[in-house]
Every structure is written in C-alpha cells, then in structure tokens.
Design a binder for this molecule. Sequence first.
Ligand code: COA
Length: 338
Amino acid sequence: MNIRSKIIGTGSYLPSRTVFNKDLEDLLNTTDEWIQQRTGITKRHWASKDETTSDLALRASERALESSSLKKEDIDLLLVATVTPDHEFPGTACFLQGKMGIPGVPAIDVRQQCGGFIFALSIADQYIRTGTYKNILIVCSELHSRCLDLTPRGRNLSVIFGDGAGAVVLQATEVKDRESESHILSTKIHSDGAQAKELWCPGPGLALFGEERMTKEMINDGLQYPQMNGRAIFSHAVRTMSESLIESLTSNGKELKDLELAFFHQANRRISEAIGKNLELDDSLIHSTVEIYGNTTSATIPIGLDDAIRNGKLKQGMLISNVAFGSGFTWGHSLIRY
Ligand code: COA
C-alpha cells in the first residue's frame, strides 16, 4: 500500500490587536519608513495580556479541525512548534492538549524555531507513512510581543516579529496516482548547529554559568531577549531557501515550470524577493503575508497556507513548495500536491 499524508484542514488565528509601524516609532526609536524599506512589514498583531501561546494555538486548532470535518477525538498525535513556549516545561503541546481535552494522545513540542513547521510536517509524515498514526494535528504558535526587547536596544529585532498561530490537520491516504491525488510528495530537513548563536535567546540558560539560570545581572544585560546577526541571517536565509526550493522539485523529478505556488518562511519581504530573483520566479508564484503579519516564526507557513486557501488562491491539485530557514540554523522543504 502506498500510504502518504494529505492536508485535510487548515486554520489560523491572529490576535485582535493590530500594531502599526507608527506605533513603534517612539518606543523603539525607529521609523515606519525604515521598517518598510528594510523588511516590507507595515503592521503585525500582538496578543492581549491574558492570552498565551497555547491559547493562540487552541484557536487555530479549532479552526483547522472545523475545516477538516474531524472531531478533536479523531486526532492521534499532536505536534506543537513554538519558540515562545508558555513555560520552560512541560512543553506547550501539553498545555494545548489540556485545553483541548484530548487526554492520552501523545503531545510533542518541536523546538526548531522558524523551521518548526517543516520539521513538524516531516515528523508527522514519517509517522503516517509507517502506518503508526492516521490523523495528526500540527500547530505552530508564537507570542513574541512579550518576549522582545521593546526599547531602542532591541529595535533591529523587535520591529520584525508578530504574534499568531497556524494549524494543519494531516490524514493518511492511499495514493494511486501521484500526479493528481492530494498528498505530501516529500520533506527534507537540515541543521547546522555551528551557527546556533547567530540567532538565539541566551537566557534563562545553564550555559550562562551564573549561580542560577537567570540572575538580575543577566536580566540587566538583556540576555532574556533574542539576539540576531541580521546580515548573516539574511544571506544564509536567501541561499538555503533557494537551494531547498530547487531540492524540493529535483528530488521529485520536477522542474521550476511545474511549480504552481511557493510558501517561503515569512522572515522579511526582501528575503523572499531575493529568492524570487535568484530563481527567476514570477511574483504571482510567491504567497506573501509578512507585510501584514510580520514574522510569526514557525507559524508563517501554516498561516500563509490557510490564508491562500481561504482566499481561493491555493486550489486542490496544485503543486506547492514550502521552504523555511531559521535559528539553529535549521532549514528544509516540503513538496505537496494540495
Ligand atoms: N530602526 C531604525 N534603524 C535601525 C533599526 C530600526 N528598527 N534597526 C537597526 N537600525 C540601524 C542600525 O542601528 C544601523 O545604524 P548605524 O548604521 O548608524 O549603525 C543601521 O540601521 C543598519 O543596521 P543593520 O543591522 O546593519 O541593518 P540591515 O541593513 O542589516 O537590516 C535587518 C537589518 C534586521 C532588517 C536585516 O539584517 C534583516 O532583515 N536580516 C534578516 C532578519 C530576519 O529575517 N530574521 C529572522 C530570520 S528567521
């Protein structure tokens, strides 16, 4: 039997508060013009004080389940990708599971940053291909707004990120015709830990070698905030996502002309434009949401998929490539006949 995974539902949730670039000007000593020129971002969403990462995940999950027509009890594996967990431990998947009310189902956190969706999809796909699980819920949820340095010291990073969650429901399917039937053709994931500190959040951390994982001095130094070498990230992101897109096609005997829609991790519009230019892709092939949602880390691709489906841009039977790059470094692809 040729068992493969197919996407049977998607959902997303963006918190109701919209934060425009103008709202950040005084706070971060930045300008709307700088942010738009360097990133393409015009606005992003921020969660309210009484929302958590698992709350955003719950809303996206409910919408994905509704669109799949499955009940929550049908789910037999829950994967949650996040870089902004509710707590240090247990994982956010456990907190989401408690809120969903599906005890007994394995709930696993995937800690692969902006690569989180591709890594989670790859894990889920292996479980489905081996016949271990039939219905898998993948949720990517990020609440950056309470994790960023919202002072001028953090402005290079704090203007980029937004809050939001995206979810997909995968189901096992027997594929007879690989050219027409909906399924995931392949996933491929990569990492390079030698670059871990190019984009990272040092604290709280045992490897800071203080008496505790977090001290007042560490807080004063801002070690609880993410830190980034923006230029290094930019060039690696363009190179690895370009290579991953080509890898997604060639490893399946396809060419660029076969591609019908591409979803890049939405880090920065200039990164997507540079990949498009590298590969000579028509703009209409790249689905972009970074302008209105900012960079929601692991959630950018599932939010983009849900957006494209609900807007009628992504239709059944289309060949789509998803590629991501992020902290770790981590990167990879999935090629899908939607
Ligand atoms: N507003 C105004 N000025 C800012 C600023 C902001 N928000 N952030 C940085 N600057 C200033 C810097 O202080 C610096 O000023 P100086 O020249 O007087 O020292 C200047 O802008 C250039 O800073 P630099 O960090 O070199 O800018 P850049 O051209 O590399 O652009 C990024 C910065 C972050 C937009 C860019 O590096 C980038 O997009 N990198 C990839 C980031 C990303 O995608 N991360 C997520 C990956 S998953």
